[in-house]
Design a protein around this ligand. Sequence first.
Ligand code: IDP
Ligand code: MG
Length: 156
Amino acid sequence: METTLIILKPDAVQRGLMGKIITRFEDKGLHIVGMKMMQITPELAATHYKDHQGKPFYDGLVRFMTSSPVCVMAVRGVGAIAICRSMMGATFGSKADAGTIRGDFGVSNSFNLIHGSDSPEAAERELGLFFNAGEVLDFDRAITPWVYDMSGGEPE
Ligand code: IDP
Ligand code: MG
């Protein structure tokens, strides 16, 4: 099982879209194992987006991410990182396919509603940035044997 960091960005929170977006992950069968609202500090935004420092959109990105509260989630499942990225859609709302979160709920290229880790290394790093020890919970979910075929012992 992989666990990935999802951030519902300030535009998703302000536009009242948290419930609709969270429902997509739950409906897919993914397991939400951590969730909280928080205000991102400029320091945290800089650390999180360190790979983008120096790019033309960087200052605006940090301003946006710190402008209003976000909802951060730890989302677990087999292949959860790639599944969440495909559910999010392409970076720009104007280009994202219909059926994806960015494609269905937004048109902006910078206000694109959602962040998701893009690799196992990024997921581990980012979960550590946004969640304190004990905030990501390990618990069994009653529906898991119906979400996955467990007949071989492993979720399939
Ligand atoms: P991702 O969120 O799909 O992984 P990245 O390329 O990692 O996309 O960029 C991080 C975030 O920076 C994007 O989600 C978006 O909010 C913002 N961003 C990226 N490229 C641009 C741009 O060209 N103009 C404005 N904002 C951008
Ligand atoms: Mg990225």
